[in-house]
Design a protein around this ligand. Structure first.
Ligand code: HEM
Length: 188
């Protein structure tokens, strides 16, 4: 049988291993840089801010998804910029540890999220900030957020506002401003 003979001869040949191929051939992949192998660009956090780069986008107040309240009463009800910072940080902590939605926040840039979410809330509450983040649809693209996820986040925001002693009427006015953004955030 010529095929079997050829195979036997081939098997008998001494093989000089290509040193570059040895680890993979032996199943040791520990030294393999998979991102390089697959051409995945490594993202590096900014050494000063700790934020990761995002795709370029046009900045502007319209990206915030809602215009600001007039007057100072809402900013005051939220405790000014310090109060808004506390509420945003609490919202992020509650959400990233909430078993209903924590998976959505895994491997996301929570440093950037805290900054831009603060800017957005501060801008809408007319507490003296410019929103520099992305528009809502772009920021939530492909996160696969459901209405149930949105409800969970709103509950966490209500808890954060309650803990921040924001009066109930002001909480509801703020939630009413955010409500129309649901169509940009919910994908399924
Ligand atoms: C009306 C409701 C919401 C508002 C106003 C809002 C606001 C924001 C803002 C300002 C950003 C940052 C934009 C930027 O990076 O430029 C962001 C990103 C993000 N949001 Fe929301 N959000 C809402 C709903 C939700 C919900 C329901 C979830 C999940 C349960 C969610 C999860 C996230 C995540 C994971 C990011 C980071 C995305 C990334 O790293 O690329 N958001 N959101």
């Amino acid at each position: 049988m010529p095929f079997a003979l050829a195979f036997a001869l081939l098997a008998a040949q001494p093989v000089t291993p290509d040193p570059q191929e040895v680890p993979a051939a032996q199943g040791d992949f520990s030294g393999v840089d998979w991102e390089k192998e697959f051409g995945v660009e490594k993202k590096v956090a900014d050494p000063v801010t700790g934020e990761f780069p995002v795709e370029p986008y046009q900045q502007g107040p319209a990206n915030a998804g809602a215009g600001p309240f007039t007057g100072e009463s809402m900013a005051r009800a939220f405790g000014g910029q310090d109060g808004i910072h506390r509420i945003v940080d609490r919202l992020v902590v509650l959400s990233e540890s909430d078993p209903r939605i924590s998976a959505i926040f895994k491997s996301r840039d929570l440093v950037r999220l805290r900054r831009t979410l603060f800017e957005q809330f501060c801008f809408i509450l007319n507490a003296g900030c410019i929103y520099s983040g992305r528009e809502m649809q772009a920021a939530h693209k492909d996160l696969g957020i459901t209405r149930a996820d949105l409800n969970a986040l709103v509950e966490n925001l209500q808890q954060a506002m309650r803990e921040g002693q924001v009066p109930f009427a002001a909480q509801n006015r703020f939630l009413a401003k955010l409500a129309p953004m649901d169509r940009q955030v919910v994908e399924r």
